[in-house]
Design a protein around this ligand. Structure first.
Ligand SMILES: NC(=O)c1ccc[n+]([C@@H]2O[C@H](COP(=O)([O-])OP(=O)(O)OC[C@H]3O[C@@H](n4cnc5c(N)ncnc54)[C@H](OP(=O)(O)O)[C@@H]3O)[C@@H](O)[C@H]2O)c1
Length: 254
C-alpha cells in the first residue's frame, strides 16, 4: 500500500517512514527537504499520486503563533484538497492532547492545531486525528522555553510524556485501521510534575541550569491548570517508560 508521510524527515516522521518501509509498504517521505512543500503546494500532486493513506506529522515552530496559524491552516487545506484529488482514503494527522481546551483558554500554538483539526473534521474526508501527550524528546525544549537568565521556572502541572517511537507505532496502527472520524488519544505510562521531569532531564545531561518551582510559571506562554496536559480516561497507554528511554538514549550515545 502506498503511504505518504508529510513531515517524513521530522522527529516522528523519520520513525514512521522507517517502520512502514520495514513493513514492506511503499512510502513517500514528503517535506521541503525532499522537494515537497505542503504550505505552498509545491511537489504535492506528484507526491500524492497513487497514495491511499496520508499521514501528516509536519510541524511549524512552537513560539510564533501567527506563523503556526498560517502554516497549519494553509498546509492542511492543501493536504485535504490535493489528497481528495489523488484519491486518498484515510487522512491521519498528529495533534496534541488537550488542544481544544488549551486553544479555548490560551490560543497560541494550540489555536493553530485546533484550526488544523477543525479543517479536517469539516472536510468530509475519512480521517483520524491522533492526540499524543508530549514526547520524551521534547522535554529539553520545555526546559529551554521555561528558561530565562539561566534559571528554569516550572509550575506544578502534571505531564504524562511518551516516547516518539511509541507515537510512531501508534500512528501506524491507526493509519491502517478504519478511519475513526474523530480523535484517539495516546499517552506514556507515567505522570510527572513538570519540574521533576525537567530536573531529571538536567541530571542526565549534566545541565547546570538552576531550577525553580514557580506555581505561576507559564508553559510556552500558557497558564496551565494542574491536569490540563493529561489525557482522558480512554487514552491508550504506550509501553516505554522514561527510565527505559533514558537508558536507550545513553546506550546510543556510547
Ligand atoms: N512536541 C511534542 O511533544 C508533541 C506532542 C504531541 C503532538 N505533537 C505534534 O507532532 C507533530 C510532529 O512533531 P515533530 O516534533 O515530529 O516535528 P519536527 O521534528 O519539527 O518535524 C517537522 C516536519 O515537518 C516538515 N515541514 C515543515 N514545514 C513543511 C512544509 N512547508 N512542507 C512540508 N513539510 C514541512 C519538516 O521538514 P522540512 O523542514 O524539510 O520541511 C519536518 O519533516 C506536530 O504536528 C506537533 O503538533 C508534538
Amino acid at each position: 500500500m502506498k503511504v505518504a508521510v508529510i513531515g517524513g524527515t521530522g522527529l516522528i516522521g523519520t520513525r514512521i517512514v522507517a517502520a512502514l518501509t520495514a513493513d514492506g509498504h511503499e512510502v513517500v517521505s514528503a517535506s521541503r527537504a525532499t522537494g515537497v512543500n505542503s504550505y505552498t503546494g509545491e511537489g504535492l500532486a506528484e507526491a500524492l499520486a497513487g497514495v491511499e493513506i496520508l499521514i501528516d506529522v509536519s510541524n511549524s515552530g512552537y513560539l510564533d503563533e501567527r506563523g503556526a496559524n498560517d502554516f497549519f491552516y494553509g498546509s492542511t487545506l492543501n493536504l485535504l484538497t490535493y489528497g481528495a484529488a489523488a484519491g486518498v482514503r484515510h487522512h491521519v494527522a498528529l495533534s496534541v492532547v488537550g488542544t481544544d481546551r488549551l486553544a479555548r483558554t490560551e490560543g497560541g500554538y494550540f489555536a493553530a492545531k485546533a484550526a488544523q483539526e477543525r479543517l479536517i473534521r469539516g472536510s468530509g474526508r475519512p480521517y483520524s486525528i491522533v492526540h499524543s501527550t508530549q514526547f520524551f524528546e521534547f522535554i529539553a525544549s520545555i526546559a529551554d522555553a521555561a528558561t530565562s537568565q539561566h534559571i528554569a521556572r516550572l509550575s506544578h502541572a502534571l505531564i504524562q510524556p511518551i516516547a516518539a517511537q511509541d507515537v510512531a507505532a501508534a500512528i501506524e496502527s491507526v493509519a491502517f485501521g478504519t478511519p475513526v472520524n474523530g480523535v484517539v488519544e495516546f499517552a506514556g505510562p507515567d505522570q510527572f510534575r513538570l519540574g521533576k521531569l525537567v530536573r531529571e532531564d538536567f541530571r542526565i545531561r549534566d545541565d547546570p541550569r538552576e531550577l525553580v518551582a514557580d506555581p505561576l510559571a507559564r508553559y510556552f506562554g500558557t497558564d496551565l491548570d494542574e491536569r490540563e496536559l493529561l489525557p482522558g480516561p480512554d487514552a491508550t497507554i504506550t509501553p516505554t517508560r522514561l527510565s527505559e528511554w533514558i537508558a536507550q538514549e545513553a546506550a546510543e550515545l556510547r
